[in-house]
Design a protein around this ligand. Structure first.
Ligand SMILES: *Cc1c(COP(=O)(O)O)cnc(C)c1O
Length: 408
């Protein structure tokens, strides 16, 4: 006998976390992998920061409220979630910009080697940034292969292996330990993108001896739209990493106003310009949600939710030709479930009108993200019921569900 759904929710060790989020009534939000929900404490904190720190204390807040150290304080909170030391992470810029900074820095540490290896299905911005870096440096090559070809693509010409741990389309999760070890055996460095990992399950960067990593602040970390991203540089590389975007916030002493650039001794050298304080404050408050959370518990619930979803979806998938794109093996799965369907876009639009928010990724992926901090098992069951309605009644055939919006 499977455990009744209400028992799963009643005994869920994370059941108290849901009340910490603002969630619109009637909506089942399965897109926290793309934009995390709003943690309640962000509202009060931002109001205080804007009214008091900005409004009253003005420029004195850089010292009085420690704005100047906020990127590192927020970085330290993220470090705990990704298996890093507090001094190895800083919150700054966007994921794309951090990729650019760290890829250049990593290549510099492997001068003489000219090949960046990545996956053809990697997230486009990761590929675009790598293409730009290869163009900038001249003589460099970006070698793109399928998942199955990664091992064979690594050799003694590989400078950097650049990968995203969880595939944004399918939710496939790479073996970070194995691929990192393999890259190191060939003398290459690794740069992992944790966009769909950080806050979704435990990550162990230092246990796997990862060199560099980046990740997103607005997905599972719930930092808000366009929240600052983060970057990780292993302590052993920090003294030798040369920042090419050498801005004043990465200077050893920004307020000495020296004409010559000298990099900061620590992770700050990867910072560039003035931090977005309001966005950082939102992310800072959002991360408090994780303060009493064990990510192993999050992972267990995530697998429970995704297993339940896949199980309940099975009859629908069979009947309506939705093809599961997400691995069934737990260790190969992130915290999302995806299905392929040629009419995926219209189906998702119709489903959103039924109050179940997921998203669509070209060419044919319906994507459902599962965020254990604010989703209940009952939500999973209800989401499948609503999708059933969309398919049974062919609601998606309404022509206005066909017109693609700018953001899908
Ligand atoms: C979401 C995501 C990004 C986003 O990059 P931005 O610079 O924040 O727009 C980058 N890489 C991956 C793998 C992502 O999933």
């Amino acid at each position: 006998m499977p455990t009744p759904i209400h028992t799963l929710d009643r005994t869920d060790p994370l059941r108290h976390k849901r009340a910490e989020f603002v969630l619109p009534p009637g909506v089942i939000y399965l897109d926290g992998n793309s934009l995390g929900a709003l943690p309640r404490r962000v509202l009060g904190h931002l109001e205080q920061v804007v009214a008091q720190q900005w409004g009253q204390d003005l420029i004195r807040s850089w010292n009085r409220h420690g704005w100047i150290d906020l990127p590192q304080r927020v970085g330290a909170k993220i470090a705990r979630l990704i298996g890093a030391k507090p001094e190895e992470v800083v919150a700054a810029d966007s994921t794309s910009v951090n990729l650019f900074k760290l890829l250049l820095a990593a290549l510099r540490l492997r001068a003489g080697r000219k090949v960046i290896v990545s996956e053809r299905d990697n997230f486009p911005t990761d590929l675009y940034i790598a293409q730009g870096v290869a163009r900038l440096l001249e003589g460099y090559e970006l070698s793109l292969v399928d998942k199955e070809g990664l091992e064979a693509a690594l050799d003694d010409q590989t400078a950097v292996l650049l990968l995203t741990e969880v595939d944004y389309r399918t939710g496939y999760r790479h073996d970070m330990a194995h691929l990192t070890r393999l890259a190191h055996q060939h003398g290459a460095l690794v740069l992992w993108d944790l966009a769909h990992s950080a806050g979704a399950f435990p990550v162990a960067l230092n246990r796997h001896q990862v060199d560099f990593a980046v990740g997103c602040g607005y997905k599972y970390l719930n930092g808000g739209p366009g929240a600052p991203a983060f970057l990780f540089v292993a302590e052993r590389h920090q003294p030798s990493v040369v920042p090419f975007l050498s801005g004043w916030m990465g200077h050893q002493n920004p307020f000495a106003f020296m004409p010559e650039y000298t990099p900061a001794e620590d992770i700050r050298r990867l910072m560039v310009g003035t931090p977005s304080i309001l966005s950082l404050c939102a992310l800072d408050a959002a991360l408090e949600v994780f303060a009493d959370v064990d990510l192993e518990t999050v992972r267990q619930k995530s697998l429970g939710l995704t297993d339940l979803f896949i199980e309940r979806m099975e009859p629908l998938a069979r009947r309506y030709g939705l093809r599961l794109a997400t691995p069934l093996e737990h260790h190969r799965r992130g915290s999302q479930v995806s299905y392929r369907h040629p009419e995926g876009y219209a189906i998702m639009q119709a489903l959103i009108d039924q109050g179940v928010i997921g998203d669509f990724r070209a060419p044919d992926i319906l994507r459902f993200g599962f965020t254990p901090l604010y989703l209940r098992y009952a939500d999973v069951v209800e989401a499948v019921e609503r999708l059933k309605r969309v398919l049974e009644q062919a609601l998606w055939k309404d022509p206005h569900y066909q017109a693609r919006a700018k953001v899908t």
